[in-house]
Design a protein around this ligand. Structure first.
Ligand code: SD4
Length: 333
């Protein structure tokens, strides 16, 4: 069985060659670890989850092209998606919790392991920037809820009220049955995780989300948790996750992926093994998508997900692509 990897032809600043056409990914390539994505690529390289990773990567690439740091790139890259009020799982345009409130989670980590995170915050457009500020201006890694909001206010972040009629209507419709049921790749698929390496080999990562739609008020997913939604180790590589956060937290997903790479697995094999552990722990996985994305410090990269449908945006000096990840199970159409 073949998976198709969509290839997009795009010009990138400073790019010598444009890549065109389609490539086909053989299932057995993944099994033997010989998939094209496992080959080393010199930086810069930027990867991020899902299709909205394309504009995010474009921004990150621009930042790197202008001499910005890789930390600037992963912050400003995902901030583009946070500002997109048509996006229903990142930023203030995201789906609310069961109380009708949009609560946001984010984290960021650099090459040296410094990290910042914010969880369960409301009314701020850029949780990723709050996370970075926590990393840089406090001795802490994570602030949550009202305390995080107060800290953000005191540190120059301006709250913003957003009311989106379509989102309000969807929540009111949902209230009629109030049934919390994740659907793979449908309502919850827009979290953005970004991992990147600059030309000098410095790594960084970011992750930001409004979390699972209609979650319990106060619920925090994997996305702001270092080791779950994101993990960066400058000696090895970086990984991020998307999907049902509870499954990722229980397996320390992104940390698992990086540790597997440390012990010699290719990025794709590491993601596949992290998915295998989730599948083993949770035989009843209906609708429960999880996807991992990994970057090794030599630029090799890969991804794997429980179900088909997970893709990621990839920028290298050769161009920009949207790549379908390998997967364990196929959803019925
Ligand atoms: C969460 N991992 O809050 C996030 C949701 C997500 O794609 O990634 N959706 O559990």
């Amino acid at each position: 069985m073949n998976d198709r990897r969509g290839f997009i032809k795009l010009g990138l600043a400073g790019t010598a060659a444009l890549v065109t056409g389609c490539i086909t990914r053989q299932e057995d390539e993944a099994t033997s670890g010989q998939a094209a994505a496992t080959l080393a690529i010199p930086g810069p390289i930027v990867l991020s989850t899902w299709k909205h990773g394309l504009p995010a990567n474009a921004k990150a690439w621009e930042v790197l092209g202008q001499g910005g740091s890789v930390l600037d790139a992963v912050e400003q890259g995902v901030a583009v998606v946070e500002s997109d009020l048509t996006n229903r799982s990142v930023g203030l345009g995201g789906m609310p919790d069961r109380d009708g409130r949009v609560t946001l989670d984010a984290c960021i980590q650099d090459h040296g392991g410094r990290a910042g995170a914010v969880a369960f915050v409301q009314r701020f457009e850029h949780p990723i920037s709050i996370a970075r500020a926590i990393m840089e201006r406090t001795p802490h890694v994570m602030l949550v809820g009202a305390g995080a909001e107060r800290w953000a206010l005191e540190n120059g972040f301006t709250p913003r009220d957003v009311e989106i009629p379509e989102v309000r209507k969807a929540w009111n419709d949902w209230l009629k049955e109030s049934r919390y049921q994740p659907v793979a790749n449908i309502e919850n698929h827009d979290t953005i995780g970004m991992i990147a390496m600059d030309a000098s080999g410095q790594l960084a990562g970011s992750c930001t989300t409004s979390g699972m739609a209609y979650k319990v008020h106060g619920r925090v997913g994997d996305s702001p948790i270092i080791g779950a939604g994101l993990f960066v180790d400058g000696e090895v590589g970086a990984a991020c996750a998307t999907g049902v956060g509870e499954l990722v937290i229980r397996t320390a997903g992104s940390h698992t992926v990086v540790e597997l790479m440390r012990h010699g697995r290719s990025p794709e094999e590491a993601c596949r093994e992290a998915v295998r552990r989730i599948v083993k722990q949770n035989p009843q996985l209906e609708g429960m998508q999880v996807g991992f994305l990994a970057l090794r410090k030599d630029g090799a990269h890969g991804a794997w997900s429980v179900f088909n449908g997970f893709n990621y945006a990839l920028n290298t000096t050769a161009g920009e692509q949207l790549v379908d990840a390998g997967h364990d199970r196929t959803l019925k159409a």
